[in-house]
Design a binder for this molecule. Sequence first.
Ligand code: NAD
Length: 489
Amino acid sequence: MATAAQVQIKPGKLFIGGKWVDSTTGKTFPTVNPATGEVITHLAEGDERDVDAAVRAASQAFESGPWAEMSAADRAKILWKIGDLIDKYNEEFGTLETLDNGKPIFESRQIDMPMVAEVFRYYAGWATKIHGETVPVRGPFLHYTLREPLGVVAAIVPWNFPLLLASWKVAPALATGNTVVLKPASWTPLTALRLAEVCQEAGLPDGVLNVITGPGSTMGKALVRHPAVAKVAITGETRTGQEILRDSADTLKRVTLELGGKSPNIVFADADLEAAVRGATIGIFYGKGEVCAAGSRLFVEKKIHDEFVEKLAARASKMQPGDPMDPKTRFGALVHEKQMKTVLGYIEKGKAEGAKLVAGGEATTVNGKGCYVKPTVFDGVRNDMTIAREEIFGPVLATIAFDDIEDAVRQANDTPYGLAAAVWTRDIAKAHRVARRIQAGTVWINTYNNYDPAAAFGGYKMSGYGRELSAHAMEHYTQVKSVWVNLKD
Ligand code: NAD
């Protein structure tokens, strides 16, 4: 079994201009292992002066020096190397992520970190393929476009997939020639700081990636308001996204928002029921339900409802939370005591509003400690109940019965969110028809929770806008310049 002793965890500093520095105030804050309640280490708590220093370092690296002059091919080599180093240090990165977040080491090492490496290599491939075009304009002119980077990008990430969601922003930002100030979530900053070391080892010039730690409400806010930041890429709660949009209005920043979700997972009576039960389980309990795209509203056609819910409840009841550092564990600790209380509060609300608890529904411990909530399934939920409206961000499933396609589509779309959805049926035409009618940025058919660097991801409605991953992401890190050349003698 992996242990904390296998990685060296030093007290964190801020990484600014290629150097490790203390925060201006000298203040620190702890990061805690949610599986044990132990403090892992202390981090530097930055304020607006540290933000200013990081943004200045990033501005300088953008405007002059090796990065500004570097060819796309050389940028690509560095990105590829970062990906390879993430693979090389997989064990260490995985351990840090699990200690900080409580997710099973299986997920950190075998799913998150390999995808981080893939994301860097995917965008390494794009770096040399970003080009403008020549345009046939009227008159004796040559007209062409340049696709240029924006400048300093603020990458603000949440705690559920700390390094993975950082890579979704940092890799396309660097591939297109921007510089970055990365702010991890305060509950999970360790892998972002280690990424800074790896980028330096890969040859990324000083100031191109800066990593600062501190509260979102003050330091994150100062970063968003900083006039020298050209773009903010944020993954977080919908209300954080709203605040960031307001704060970036004065300086008219480009903003892309990956926000919350309440994704419908729709099971028709003609589905492969065993596969759909597995899919519903993975859809909500993977990542302890702390997944933006979690299939947290399960719609089951009335004809199969009783049989389906019975199978699902049996499966959920068998899933035991375990020590996240144990490679056999598939369900870990929630990220923080505060998050656990929030989740338990929603479970109480579900009961109070009349939903029927058929699995889980309570906190538990592993080895007598930790922030664990048992995989929880509610049946008899109505789509207007709180547990079907609000993002719980924990292992709580709301099961809702439906009559037919019309009813399923109407209820599935009756939500302010639109991040993801899934449809389970053996009728392929029906699957595609429903996929078209669902208002969500991703629809899975007979599967759940698939991601790939080449597949765009992002929201409809209040789940945000802009796309991460794929070629689409690069549109959000570049701008087009029109160049006119007079060809007259
Ligand atoms: P959060 O909104 O509390 O914090 C996200 C990040 O924003 C953190 O780094 C935080 O410090 C920072 N922040 C907070 N207030 C800020 C402000 N005013 N200005 C600048 N920065 C600020 O979210 P969280 O609790 O860390 O993460 C969970 C949320 O993230 C959930 O709502 C989840 O759905 C969402 N999420 C979305 C996606 C997606 O791709 N759509 C993926 C993962 C998580």
